[in-house]
Design a protein around this ligand. Sequence first.
Ligand code: ASP
Length: 441
Amino acid sequence: MLTIMKKPWYRLLHWQIIIGMILGVLFGVTAASQGWSGWTKDWVSPFGALFIKMLKLIAVPLVLTSLVTGVASLSDVKKLSRMGGKTIGLYIGTTAVAVLIGLLLVNALKPGKNLPEDTRTQLQQAHQTDATTRQSAAKQVQERGKLDFIVDIVPDNFFSSASSNNNMLQVVFVSLLLGVGLTMTPNKQSQPVLNVFDGLMEAVIQIVHLIMRLAPIGVFGLMANTIVTLAQDDLGQVKDLLNALGFYCIVVVSGLAVHCFVIYPILLKLFTNIPYRRFFSGISSAQLLAFSTSSSGATLPVTMDRCQKRLGVSEEVTSFVLPLGATINMDGTALYQAVASVFIAQALGMDLTLAAQATIVLTAVLASIGTAAVPGAGIIMLVIILEAINVPSEGIALILGVDRILDMMRTVTNVTGDATVATVIAASENQLNFPPETPTS
Ligand code: ASP
């Protein structure tokens, strides 16, 4: 009889990542208080940067190979458009709910009303330059045509789209097209091509596993770097910031927690057979990476791997739903943008009408679709929301100091949302095989 040996806890990947994170934070705090920030940036941060680069390196090959093989094996191309419709509907629906939760909390708790006048002036002065940089980045987005975001999905040259991780939607588009093309090609010609993609995909998955072994060291470097960048040899500065903006942070984090621990479990309960505890432990490595990298794009290879191996979502669904989600589904970002915009209005003494709040719902849903899956992208799109409701966008200076911390939290929600939708879609298409046959660590 087969006996399954349980690994001791310290050999499980998610515990190793947690230990790496805790040690990274402790090291960062020590470095900031001892004036070792420069040394840390030179000798510790590069390990984090290397890890992120490896994850990003593997994202395009993973999406390309798994989507081509996934689509080419589809018996029925109509199924693809049905899945596409459901996926986009769920992504938009969950994002709208996230915005509403954010708005409810920020209007009820009013964190901006408590901000003393002198703290406001100090924050505004300290982050003025950074705020201006974000405003000009937002201006570039605003200057684009209304339908450019659709035009942008189609590349005019595949190699140029595959050469930038920010063009993931273009890679998805080309992979779909190639997959469909292959299904229309006679078997004799398509099979060798598919065999190559299949072999490449397997190799890429093995590389993802290799990279994940480095995760504990990578997150150590990332966390240490985040702390010294925030504190810059002065830990007191972080304490002051948290004192001034603590209530605002609590409101954002509570909203994210409600969305993660109430809304997603409801969806899982209604549409799948996965108990929410098993769901969360299944994707915990992806969540921890989202937290330490602040990038759902960099986390994508791990999210795909976990959904397939730990939750039993089919390859076809993971390879279609998750890359799309990493680019267009950002529940955490949208919730944060709703709270942040009302917070800034409250702090500046402005009362937002119901119409302005409705504009927030619409623009936050659209803005989160257009937000890149990289650190700090959410605050650039926030400028656009503020302008839509006539709140001065210089106001982002008030919250820039704590943006990185909240970015880590909202990215976890973004990734959890993608995994939830992938699971629900898989269940609705009869492609959820939970518990999977051979779960890996
Ligand atoms: N960092 C977020 C992500 O990658 C985007 C943002 O809200 O800034 O999902």
